[in-house]
Design a protein around this ligand. Structure first.
Ligand code: CA
Length: 432
C-alpha cells in the first residue's frame, strides 16, 4: 500500500533554503538518483530544492536505518529496489525527518551540494527495457496515417501492446542525440537507400522502474502488480520515422528506436506519488472490459496518476535570440488506456521475470486535442502539415540543434505539487 502519511503534509517545510517553494523538489518529493561532483566517485542522492543530498554519506555516518547502508554505498539503485518496499519507505521517512527538523541541519549541511555543481547519472543498471503502446490517442493518430479506415488494430483494446527495447542505449537527460543512420525507402523512391534519418522524432512517455523480482515461470497477479513499480521517470523514445516505416513489418520497431532512449535522472517514488493516484478513466461505451487477469477493482479505482506532462522545443535560432523554449504540447497521464499495473501483470502473465531496475515505457502519451499530441509525427500529421514556431521557423521533424525537453508535475488540490525535473536531449551532437 502506498499510504498517505505525514511526509505528504502540504504544510510540512524544510530548513533547506528555498526548498518549500520549489516547483519540483519540495520535501514532499524526495526522489532518488545517482550524482557526482567533479571527478569524484558518484553517490546515491536525493534532490531537495536546488540542492542534492548525499545518501551514501548520510548512511555511512549512521544517520539512516542501518540495513540501508550497504545498498546506499552502491553506484546504482538496483540494491535498494531489490529490498521490500518497507525499506524504501523507511528511507523516505528518515530523510523527511532529517530535512524538516532544524536540529539536524548542522549535521546534514556538509552532505548537501548545490545542484548546479552535480552531474546526474543513470540511476539503475538496466537489465531489460520494454516499451508499451498504451497511449490510445497516439496509437489512433499514428494508425490513421497508415490505415485511415481502421486506425486501431483489433487487438488494441484487449491486450497491452509492447515490444522489447534496447537497455544498452538508455541514457540520462542531457546526453547528446546523434542523428541515426539507417535504411529507408521514401514513398517517392523505388529502391531503399542508406543515410541519416530525415524524419527524426521524439515520443513523450512515462517510465516505470521495477522493484522486486518474480521468478521465471511465476506471473504477478494484477492485484499485486502495482507494487512492482517502485519509481517513475520521464522517458523520450527517440524515433526515426523513416527507418521505422520501412523496417517495422512484420516484427515491430528495431533500429528506428534502439539508437537512444533518454530518461530523467530522478526516480520519483511510488511513495511520493501516493496522493496523486486517481481512478483509471472509464472506458468508452462499447469498449471491451479487460480480461480478468487485467482487471482489479482497486487498480481501476486508484491505478492512474494525476500527472501533467509538457513538451518544449528550443531551436538553435531561438537560443541565439535568447527566446524561451516553445511549448509544443501538454497532456495528462490519465490518457493512457492501460494502467501501469496492467502493463506489469500482462508482461509477467506468461511467466516472464521482471527484475529490480528493469525499465518499462508507457508508450507515447497523447490526448484527443492537437495541443496534447506527444510526438511530431502527430503534430505535423506525418510530416504533411509543418508546425509553425513563434519566431517564424517551422518543423515537420527535428533538425540538428533542436533541443526537446519534457517536464512532469503531480498536482492535486490539498497537496504540495511535486515534479520530475527535466528530461532533455539536443539533436545532432556527438554523432554522425
Ligand atoms: Ca514508444
Amino acid at each position: 500500500m502506498n499510504a498517505i502519511d505525514h511526509t505528504h503534509d502540504p504544510e510540512a517545510g524544510s530548513w533547506v533554503p528555498e526548498a518549500d517553494g520549489h516547483p519540483d523538489f519540495p520535501v514532499q518529493n524526495l526522489p532518488f538518483g545517482l550524482a557526482s561532483v567533479g571527478k569524484e566517485d558518484p553517490f546515491l542522492a536525493t534532490a531537495i530544492g536546488d540542492y542534492v543530498l548525499d545518501l551514501t554519506a548520510l548512511a555511512a555516518a549512521g544517520l539512516l536505518p542501518a540495513p540501508l547502508e550497504p545498498v546506499l554505498a552502491q553506484h546504482h539503485l538496483n540494491g535498494l529496489f531489490a529490498l521490500p518496499a518497507t525499506m524504501r519507505r523507511a528511507l523516505r521517512h528518515g530523510l523527511f525527518e532529517l530535512l524538516t527538523a532544524r536540529e539536524h541541519a548542522p549535521t546534514v549541511i556538509p552532505m548537501l551540494q548545490p545542484a548546479g555543481l552535480c552531474h546526474l547519472h543513470l540511476p539503475f543498471r538496466i537489465g531489460d527495457y520494454t516499451d508499451f503502446y498504451a497511449g490510445i490517442h497516439h496509437a489512433t493518430n499514428i494508425g490513421r496515417q497508415f490505415r485511415p479506415a481502421t486506425p486501431l488494430l483489433d487487438n488494441y483494446k484487449h491486450v497491452p501492446i509492447a515490444y522489447h527495447g534496447r537497455a544498452s542505449s538508455v541514457r540520462v537527460s542531457g546526453h547528446p542525440v546523434p542523428r541515426p543512420q539507417g535504411q529507408s525507402r521514401p514513398a517517392s523512391a523505388a529502391e531503399p537507400s542508406f543515410g541519416p534519418s530525415r524524419r527524426l522524432d521524439y515520443e513523450l512517455e512515462l517510465g516505470f522502474w521495477i522493484t522486486g523480482e518474480n521468478r521465471l515461470g511465476e506471473s504477478v497477479p494484477i492485484a499485486e502488480a502495482g507494487e512492482r513499480i517502485g519509481g517513475f521517470c520521464l522517458l523520450n523514445d527517440w524515433s526515426a520515422r523513416d527507418l521505422q516505416a520501412w523496417e517495422y513489418q512484420p516484427l515491430g520497431p528495431f533500429l528506428a528506436k534502439s539508437f537512444l532512449t533518454t530518461v530523467s535522472p530522478w526516480v520519483v517514488t511510488a511513495e511520493a506519488l501516493a496522493p496523486f493516484r486517481i481512478a483509471q478513466p472509464a472506458r468508452p461505451a462499447g469498449d471491451p472490459a479487460p480480461l480478468p487477469y487485467l482487471r482489479d477493482e482497486r487498480d481501476q479505482a486508484e491505478g492512474a496518476l494525476a500527472l501533467r506532462l509538457e513538451v518544449f522545443l528550443s531551436t538553435e535560432r531561438m537560443r541565439f535570440a535568447r527566446h524561451e523554449p516553445h511549448r509544443l504540447s501538454a497532456v495528462t497521464a490519465d490518457q493512457l488506456y492501460w494502467t501501469p499495473a496492467q502493463m506489469v501483470a500482462h508482461q509477467t502473465a506468461n511467466g516472464c521475470n521482471l527484475r529490480p531496475g528493469d525499465l518499462l515505457g508507457s508508450g507515447t502519451i497523447s490526448g484527443p486535442a492537437r495541443s496534447s499530441f506527444g510526438s511530431l509525427a502527430e503534430l505535423s500529421n506525418g510530416g504533411s502539415q509543418p508546425l509553425l514556431l513563434p519566431d517564424g521557423e517551422s518543423r515537420c521533424f527535428l533538425q540538428d540543434g533542436d533541443e526537446i525537453t519534457f517536464t512532469a508535475r503531480a498536482e492535486r488540490t490539498g497537496y504540495r505539487t511535486i515534479g520530475f525535473g527535466p528530461c532533455s536531449g539536443r539533436v545532432g551532437e556527438g554523432g554522425s
